[in-house]
Design a protein around this ligand. Sequence first.
Ligand code: GLC
Ligand code: GLC
Length: 844
Amino acid sequence: MRYLKAYIKHWKEGICYMKFGYFDDANKEYVITSPRTPYPWINYLGTQDFFSLISNTAGGYSFYKDARLRRITRYRYNNVPIDMGGRYFYINDNGTIWNPGWSPVKTELDEYQCRHGMGYTIITGKKNNLKAEVTFFVPQNYAGEVQQVVLTNEGSEEKTFSFFSFEEWCLWDAQDDCTNFQRNFSTGRVEVVGSTIYHKTEYRDRRDHFAFYTVNDEIDGYDTDRDSFIGLYNGFHNPQAVEAGKSNDSFADGWSPIASHYKKITLAPGETKTLVFILGYVEMPVDQKFEADGKTINKVKALEMIEKYNTPEKVAAGLEELKEHWNRLLGILNVNTPDDKVNRMVNIWNQYQCMVTFNLSRSASYFESGIGRGMGFRDSNQDVLGFVHQIPDRARERIIDIASTQFPDGGCYHQYQPLTKKGNADIGGDFSDDPLWLILSVSAYIKETGDWGILDEMVPYDNDMSIAKPMLDHLKVSFYKIVNNLGPHGLPLAMRADWNDCINLSCFSDTPGESFQTYTNPKFAAEGGYSKVAESVMVATLFTYAGPNYVAILKHLGMDAEADAAQAEIDKMKANIMESAWDGDWFLRAYDANGEKMGSKECEEGQIFIEPQGFAIMSDIGKDQGCDKKTLAAIDERLNTQHGLVLNNPAFTKYYIQYGEISTYPGGYKENAGIFTHNNAWIICAAAYAGAGDQAFKYYSEIAPAFTEETSDIHKTEPYVYGQMIGGKDAGSDIGKPGNHFGQGKNSWLTGTAAWNMVAISQYILGISADFDGLKIDPSIPAAWDGMTATRQFRGATYDIKVSNPDHINKGVKSVVVDGNAIEGNVLPAFGDGKTHSVEVVMG
Ligand code: GLC
Ligand code: GLC
């Protein structure tokens, strides 16, 4: 049978949908059974400094630390056809040419499978009784990608075939590499020694690093010049060396250096041959770069690296070490609910995505080119919320890095560079929400660890240690940055943008190419750059949501007067919101620079927005008047769809110069009524908080990747990770075909959605959250559930938690028994004794 289980068709409400694989939870893998996924489905290799992106057909690239400045292999974004370039193995079996991962030759395989696991990917192809299984991973503490190829003759006759490897070098700076051809076609350099091809462009002059590609066996030839291997008028799909069945031993001198090994292999029936390839990156001290001749690369470090993984046994040990690393990280929180999809999201994929997003920030994915922006102040703070329980030490370090890019008045650089950790002014500061996320990340860190010492840490302002202040001071200026910048209704000024980068209320841009994020209208120059009228209700509610954490911290420190003063500001803000931002059935989005309401029933379009609603509900604003219930009802009616909650409704159908970028998108995309999954989580949290566990779960399951698996042909992007957005119900309306791309995912992998949905499911729905005083248990689950169990490691002890729901309610804890003794309330003490404690929670 060709492509065993290639497409798994199934029916839902009478419509036939397709899946392209299945979850293997025991192995923590997603198994892709067709190479023709609706979009390349990728995985990440590497957890520390060396990273690779790998698609299900082995496309992608590698870099060291910085996806722009240390790009090791080349990749062409937005290529035709999609996903061209990667680490490719070619087999020429008596004229039948194929790749184990199907692409780029695209010869139909007899069998194909791709297993994306935790930091590794295994791609297996079979053709004419020859099977090739390739395992790709980046070992721990290693600056290289290991690729183990296992070739097996499963037929009854001897087979002789030509085998080729292929990598294309990037000339280090990925931006320069794809623009500066007048220079770059003349700089490429390599060295070849035995079975190792070294890439040393610019090594003689200003670089202290080179890369290599090696195999642990003798070879019959090689190519290092791309045109010799592929041919000027051929492509990745038909390299002329592969077609000829042998390489040219070409030696790159300028143009485009590559690395390709060639080996003639004969396998008896049943025989297996294993080859281990390594793509490595090496940095050398400047005075040790060369051998005595002053020209040849000093290979001491490279050879040490090669030595580390040059046998299948060493590879197996490295893979095992990697698996242990992930098992440990994923073992900190483990749940068993009645829903398998929830379990696989919480226990495996959502946590995995949180760690990858933390490692990569927003730098390199199949939608982020790796040459764009630095790390975001708001993005990175929010990322902390999703992974702080896994590696609190790295969260601490990250928080301090981020806070160091704050200004003494509480404002912040919006972005900073991972290599220098310095704030950059590329798109300026003055994003009105930025400071508040710092309060949330620091609080989350203290709640997880009990490490109040972080508040005493001296943290610079503007990366200047001479003006450093304790972290507590950073929280204070963050809090008062909002308080000190209020508009006519006592609501926070919107400034450049709030969380929504595309609501730019001081911009009024009418010139193509002007960046909505960096351009401010000169008419506001006298007011300090921004309208003193435009106000953000979103920031107001984020303030009332985040602010109480600051108050709790002050109280803990015995700073009661300051705590009371801060609380008074929160209370005042709540009153101002009720007074000026309650629209009758939901909360307004903003006041624009003309003082007009945005996100009101009175508006022609964009009458309701998602962003302020969840934080308002979780701040109990107007709760006594039923505002939470009214708001949740309005959300359900006006924003919800079967693919998630749209950001606003109705979509904007024309350009509103006073709103900025949001109204430039066709309806249904991105911030203009797209399903922006990041903020869906705020509503999931709010519904759970308000006790509407069924509603919370409904929204959760509309967007959680494991649930979208069933409609993969519509959703398109990976069914194991969140994307930033899904086409909304208005998608396609601009071209008169409503619903055209409704439900279609985009911008997968690197998104704050991962962290926030982890928070939503684990802390709000399943209700296990670290609090300042202990571990709080407060589930808000589907009434149909009988309960659930969970294991949580927390501050040096393990909690074995059993929740039962005998009355089938959504929310409410009747009793909590810890180690056989009933306790008051629902906060478990921090035992810190290294022991396991049994916890029985009964809802009621
Ligand atoms: C490149 C530069 C040009 C320079 C020439 C020789 O063509 O664009 O300005 O004169 O190289 O160095
Ligand atoms: C992107 C940005 C994030 C912003 C969001 C909404 O995800 O990374 O900072 O909040 O878009 O505009």
